[in-house]
Write a protein that binds this ligand. Structure first.
Ligand SMILES: [Mn+2]
Length: 451
């Protein structure tokens, strides 16, 4: 969470991972898991949207004459040919305990039978997040989780990603930070149309609603996490990367990784042993149980040849960032962005939410001096409330609960207020105010900041 690190260092020289073949497989007994996955399928099938941002401001409003009869933004949501796919195989299982084989071929086979999804599949992302099954212990926990989720939904709508919220425990032993691995695996199987699954913790939120993941940069990698090689290989720290946010390619390599990775968790008979190994390897690790983050670092550390070339350690921007480091900069950032907007009427132009990416791309031109990551006045991409636990209310003793909850509200408002130039400002302005821009939103309320 410290050094911004040399982001692109190793990445450009990595050999092709094995990302280019794909297919699927696996399904077997229909346990509890099915509920979640079926829901996932339903949910995700319900809103597709793809659009490429037009970077060329002013000249790019082409006529893409819409046909009211078509739905799904170019993909066929109502067609599933009769030819069998991996879904028809009774052996296919979503369970984390049954490894998937030949996934690349299976996924490829599915795409071949669903050509409308095959087009554009290489860029498609499904964001996956979730929280526990029961109501939160923290009295404001459910409210906070709702706002965290709304933030992700807003971000995904703006950028054309699907989103899935899981609140089932898919494997009885894989609780807390391990719970995401069965979910990510199930999401990969439920979404052969997606190239990437993007896990984002429930305690993390987008604080730059415009920023788009530079996926092109990751084309030779199968996984992306926020992290720093030096901290892994020299400092041997259990915080040398953060496993709360990661992008993982929907391919066999990832299936294998999830298999190896989850076998260091509570579902494994060697769970205890892994805790000891992690603690003796990463001296700054504070608790004895094996955790998902230390496990991933351990794989990178121990089997560098096997993993390092395939896992992109993104250190160039806040792929996720530690809230304590970030929170104090929001005011300055807001001021700098407003300053830019005051000088550039195009940035204040009202527009439909669906074409927001174009404005984000346009704004980039004015952010060249902003820097990136720590010390930058650019909006931090993702603010992560590590150590806060909004739902249970438990938090690291380092922070007073109040600083966690107030910090979250501050970050959520900071993100919400960025949308004022789109629907939120329009909403504000359309409710009895002038459309020029002296209205800003503060904490959910329209306020006239100057005449
Ligand atoms: Mn987290």
């Amino acid at each position: 969470m410290v050094s911004p690190g040399p982001g692109l260092s190793h990445s450009q020289f990595s050999p092709m991972a094995k990302p280019r073949n794909r297919s699927l497989w696996c399904f077997s007994d229909g346990h509890l898991y099915c509920g979640g996955v079926f829901l996932a399928v339903l949910l995700v099938c319900s809103f597709w949207s793809f659009f490429t941002p037009a970077l060329n401001f002013g000249s790019s409003f082409t006529d893409s004459s819409s046909n009211c009869k078509e739905s799904g933004f170019g993909v066929k949501l109502n067609s599933d040919p009769k030819d069998p796919t991996f879904y028809d195989d009774p052996e296919m299982s979503y369970s984390i305990e049954k490894p998937v084989k030949d996934w690349d071929e299976k996924r490829k086979g599915w795409l071949k039978r669903h050509p409308s999804f095959a087009a554009g599949a290489s860029e498609r992302i499904v964001l996956v997040t979730g929280s526990q099954t029961k109501p939160c212990k923290n009295p404001i926990g459910d409210h906070l989780l709702l706002r965290f989720f709304k933030n992700k939904v807003d971000y995904c709508r703006i950028h054309g990603y699907d989103i899935f919220y899981n609140n089932l425990l898919l494997h009885p032993k894989m609780g807390s930070y391990w719970a995401k691995l069965p979910v990510v695996k199930a999401a990969m199987l439920a979404h052969p149309e997606a190239e990437w699954i993007w896990w984002v913790d429930s305690d993390a939120l987008f604080t730059d609603m415009e920023f788009k993941l530079p996926v092109e940069r990751y084309k030779n990698h199968n996984m992306v996490v926020h992290g720093w090689p030096k901290l892994i290989y020299k400092s041997k720290s259990w915080t040398s990367l953060n496993a709360g946010v990661f992008l993982i390619r929907n391919c066999q390599w990832s299936m294998d990784l999830i298999n190896t990775w989850s076998n260091m968790g509570p579902m494994s008979k060697d769970y205890k042993k892994w805790g000891q190994i992690q603690r003796s390897t990463f001296k700054d690790k504070l608790f004895p149980e094996s955790d998902d983050q230390s496990a991933l670092i351990y794989l990178l550390y121990k089997e560098r040849e096997k993993y390092y070339d395939h896992i992109y350690l993104e250190g160039e921007f806040y792929f996720e960032g530690y809230w304590v480091e970030i929170l104090g900069g929001y005011e300055n950032t807001t001021e700098r962005y407003l300053e830019i907007e005051r000088g550039v009427p195009e940035l204040r132009r009202r527009h439909a939410e669906k074409v927001s990416e174009q404005y984000g791309a346009f704004r980039e031109g004015f952010l060249k001096e902003a820097g990136n990551g720590k010390g930058s006045w650019r909006r931090p991409f993702i603010t992560h409330f590590t150590g806060c636990q909004p739902c249970s209310g438990d938090h690291n003793k380092m922070y007073a609960g109040e600083s966690c909850w107030n910090g979250m509200v501050k970050a959520l408002n900071f993100a919400d207020n960025q949308q004022q130039s789109e629907s939120r400002r329009n909403f504000c302005c359309n409710h009895g105010h002038d459309t020029a821009h002296p209205f800003e939103l503060f904490g959910g309320n329209c306020k006239q900041i100057r005449a």
